[in-house]
Design a protein around this ligand. Structure first.
Ligand SMILES: Nc1ncnc2c1ncn2[C@@H]1O[C@H](COP(=O)(O)OP(=O)(O)OP(=O)(O)O)[C@@H](O)[C@H]1O
Ligand SMILES: [Mg+2]
Length: 348
């Protein structure tokens, strides 16, 4: 439980939600999942506990992801989840309402932004700030983008890939595509269904990707045994899938990501592009952990690619750090807060 004058940073991710507390670091890292009783819509579990129920629940309980493709699919459940995470780190009684910074994908609409702010305020936040994912990622990665020099950040999450070129504290060119880690899992599910006639679950597909997946076509990793349901007989069946087959399954998804990076590079003013060639691309997000991705992206773009340390917590650390630099309420809001993003505060 936390004491006075708390500041917390939240990365509201499609796959994972993380909370960073000023002075304490990352204190919460749980899947963005809510389990509900179907008839009554009563929430039975949130986070890790709810994730264990995904695909394994009895008929009357459903496990849902309130955020899909990096946007809010269910406002009500997002609000419940935020409230749960905030009260988990701040304590139920919440004597001191925290200032909360939330990282959002750059592609979300103003209505969706407003929904995130409202959810935080309803969850007990004193003030709520939003920060765009590429800026948070850059701050978390320790990239100095305050100077007139270009830096490129690529964040590959569960639902979205955010590509941005930053300079002088701002986003110069960016693109957000709703294709990232989850899309790879879905591609693997389709592949196993068409090639082997076996139906597998979401979690199994993710495990296949992590264990055997690769973005580098010529690398041979390991084969994995996959358990699913045979489409023809309806009975359980085990098949073996090789890393080459996983690569074939996710190839198109990876091409979409490369396409987004290239498109941003093409729109980047030449001086900034030259800086990026010097410094390389900074790669963050859990999806960036895919085997061989650094090498593949580098080959496809002709620019060096550096995977940050601990890519999963990079964004939330950056979100928290951004809040720290806000300092006292009197301090001028830092330049990396996009105009209009600080609406919704009830009091300073
Ligand atoms: N070792 C790994 N290899 C490949 N993929 C991985 C690995 N570890 C995690 N992932 C993938 O990373 C993705 C989640 O990344 P992250 O936690 O950054 O997403 P998010 O922030 O919740 O999503 P978004 O930013 O799109 O809202 C998932 O698709 C997961 O399968
Ligand atoms: Mg993310």
């Amino acid at each position: 439980m936390l004491g006075l004058a708390t500041d917390i940073g939240i990365d509201l991710g499609t796959a994972t939600s993380l909370v960073y507390v000023k002075g304490k670091g990352v204190v919460l890292n749980e899947p963005s999942v809510v389990a509900l009783e179907q008839e009554t819509s009563r929430v039975v579990a949130i986070g890790e506990e709810a994730r264990r129920m995904l695909g394994r629940t009895p008929g009357n309980i459903v496990a849902v992801k309130p955020l899909r493709d990096g946007v809010i699919a269910s406002f009500e459940l997002t609000e419940r989840m935020l409230r749960h995470f905030i009260s988990k780190v701040c304590g139920r009684r919440m004597l001191f309402h925290p200032r909360v910074a939330v990282c959002v994908p750059s592609g979300i609409t103003s209505v969706e932004r407003r929904a995130v702010i409202d959810a935080c305020l309803q969850a007990g936040a004193r003030r709520c700030f939003l920060i765009e994912e590429p800026l948070a990622a850059a701050i978390g990665a320790g990239v100095d983008f305050s100077q007139p020099s270009g830096a490129m950040v690529v964040d590959i999450g569960g639902g979205t890939t955010d590509v941005a070129v930053l300079s002088m504290g701002q986003v110069v060119v960016s693109r957000s595509v709703r294709v990232a880690g989850n899309e790879c899992d879905e591609a693997i599910t389709r592949y196993v269904r068409t090639q082997f006639g076996v139906v597998i679950g979401e979690r199994t597909a993710e495990e296949i990707k992590i264990e055997a997946g690769t973005a580098w076509p010529r690398s041979v990793r390991r084969s994995v045994e996959v358990r699913g349901r045979d489409l023809a007989t309806g009975l359980p069946k085990t098949v073996t899938i090789t890393s080459g087959q996983v690569h074939a399954a996710i190839k198109e998804t990876l091409e979409t990501i490369v396409h987004a990076v290239r498109a941003v590079l093409e729109q980047t003013p030449p001086e900034l592009a030259a800086d990026i060639i010097d410094k390389g691309i900074v790669l963050t997000g859990g999806g960036a952990l895919l085997h061989g991705l650094e090498r593949y992206l580098s080959q496809e773009t002709g620019v060096a690619v550096h995977l940050v340390d601990d890519p999963v917590t990079c964004v939330v650390r950056g979100t928290g750090l951004a809040l720290e630099s806000l300092g006292s309420p009197q301090t001028r809001v830092s330049p990396f807060w996009p105009a209009g993003s600080t609406l919704g505060g009830s009091s300073p």
